[in-house]
Ligand binder design. Structure first.
Ligand code: GAL
Length: 414
């Protein structure tokens, strides 16, 4: 009897630990397309590890505006999720690697042969002392100008392969006179208008001087930067009135509904368009944001391994799956981005994503400040605050001087 009892207890606890297998994946992917893309990865994992419970800890708020502060509190409190979403560069380095919140993934890169399958420059951007700390799922492009083709053709407007800022303003005037909203925006999260600012800055001052902003060779009160601020301010005059009440994806829905015409937004908007059944080159089109032809403003999404991850083996398995070719292809088709791996099957992607692949391969890549790669988090926050003030007050000098001061305070501005 006693033996039976012990056997029963052992069996019971074995079953318990079996069902208690978990992994917590933390992200800010909650819009329709983001959630679907993340789910495709989780499904790939669960088809292989059906006995592991995946806790999808996503916190709404595009660009991670709400998720990142929660994550910091958890990390500082010693309660990390097993893996979390982050961008490459300053964000990964300053927020997570340097404080010791992540673990090296070098062994995984070696065992999976990833040193040959991800570009050396990408691996460099996610490594410290030769140790990669991120599995990169995708490469987004932030500097795309989307448009609703039906709205434009109703007004006999057609767009070629590129558009200058002067042409954009001419079209905007024509549309405004016809009582059509020229520009779309959903900036309840201030970062979304920050995208339009960052794109305008890049388009006005060019890639070299834009890069110079992050190493102190270009200043934020340079006459060309002042011109970029002026152009950005002019673009703000053409937005939908309800922009501040809408999220970035609601801004994309407005374009789909034909309630506004152009949207300067990263290609996560493509994910939303496709999900809404909007068809590329039929219902919507795109060009590089004016002035940014040949430049790829890169936003990456990757996942970490927490230092002392509560479920280390499950997390390693998840990260290994995230780096697989087919998983990356399936994810990116839904997400509106291109593979981080260099061996994905190009023919699976539609015209826009093939264009994005070419732009990335043959263009000049520059880092994003709005998504945390180019500059430290304090500066990113200061820029968001300055933008919040600027969209209301439109004081160019105060805006520029604030950025000069904050760049200096963050240690990269002259
Ligand atoms: C970015 C992220 C993208 C996209 C976007 C909107 O930070 O890299 O994947 O989700 O935010 O939420």
């Amino acid at each position: 009897m006693r033996i039976f009892l012990i056997a029963f207890i052992l069996l019971f606890s074995a079953c318990q630990s079996e069902t208690n297998k978990q992994i917590e994946v933390f992200s800010w992917w909650t819009s329709g397309s983001e959630a679907a893309a993340l789910e495709s990865v989780i499904n790939a994992y669960q088809s292989r590890y059906p006995d592991v419970e995946v806790i999808n800890a996503s916190i709404a708020g595009g660009g991670g505006s709400a998720a990142r502060p929660v994550l910091q509190t958890r990390l500082i409190g010693g309660n990390p999720p097993d893996t979390w979403q982050t961008h490459h560069g300053a964000e990964l380095m300053g927020q997570y690697i340097n404080p010791g919140f992540t673990s090296s993934l070098k062994d995984l890169y070696e065992s999976e042969g990833w040193y040959d399958l991800f570009s050396p420059s990408l691996i460099d951007m996610i490594s410290k002392d030769g140790h990669p700390h991120l599995v990169v799922l995708n490469l987004h492009r932030s500097n795309t100008l989307w448009f609703n083709k039906h709205v434009l053709s109703e007004h006999q407007i057609s767009i070629g392969e590129s558009l200058s800022i002067e042409e954009l303003f001419q079209i905007a005037e024509q549309l405004e006179n016809a009582e059509v909203t020229p520009m779309c925006m959903g900036d309840s999260g201030i970062w979304a208008t920050g995208i339009m600012f960052e794109n305008t800055l890049l388009g006005t001052i060019g890639a070299d001087r834009y890069k110079g902003l992050w190493n102190g060779t270009t200043t934020f009160n340079d006459p060309d930067v002042m011109e970029a601020i002026r152009v950005y301010s002019q673009l703000l005059d053409y937005l939908n009135d309800d922009h501040a009440a809408l999220s970035w994806d609601q801004g994309a829905d407005k374009l789909v509904q034909g309630k506004c015409t152009f949207y300067s937004m990263g290609d996560w908007a493509y994910g939303e368009f496709i999900r809404d059944g909007f068809k590329e080159n039929i219902d919507f089109g795109w060009v590089a944001h004016p002035g940014t032809d040949g430049i790829h403003l890169m936003v990456t999404d990757g996942f970490t391994l927490a230092h002392n991850a509560p479920h280390r083996q499950e997390t390693m398995d998840m990260l290994q799956i995230m780096g697989e070719r087919e998983v990356q292809e399936d994810f990116n088709l839904l997400k509106g981005s291109i593979c981080a791996r260099n061996d994905c099957d190009r023919s699976r992607f539609g015209p826009y994503l093939q264009w994005a692949i070419d732009q990335y391969e043959y263009g000049v890549s520059v880092p994003t400040v709005i998504h945390g790669s180019a500059a430290p988090a304090d500066f990113q926050q200061a820029l968001n605050d300055a933008l919040t003030d600027f969209v209301v007050r439109r004081d160019k000098d105060v805006f520029a001087e604030t950025l000069v001061r904050e760049a200096r305070a963050s240690g990269f501005g002259p």
